[in-house]
Ligand binder design. Structure first.
Ligand SMILES: [Zn+2]
Length: 58
């Protein structure tokens, strides 16, 4: 996965912003509590300890 941008995302549980690396600046971010079977995604843990996945949708 090519990392080209940093974007701030809000935790779906508590709203705490976390900076993540995204593959390009032109993807739609979708949040999930489970890993997807395919596609580009990254695991995020907010400062309150919530873990969620961010999926990159083109
Ligand atoms: Zn959180």
């Amino acid at each position: 996965m090519q990392i080209t941008a940093i974007r701030e995302v809000d935790c779906p549980d508590c709203g705490t912003p976390t900076s993540i690396s995204i593959p390009t600046g032109d993807v739609e971010l979708r949040f999930s509590h489970s890993v997807a079977a395919f596609g580009e995604q990254t695991k995020v843990t907010c400062s309150n300890g919530h873990t969620y996945w961010v999926h990159f949708c083109r």
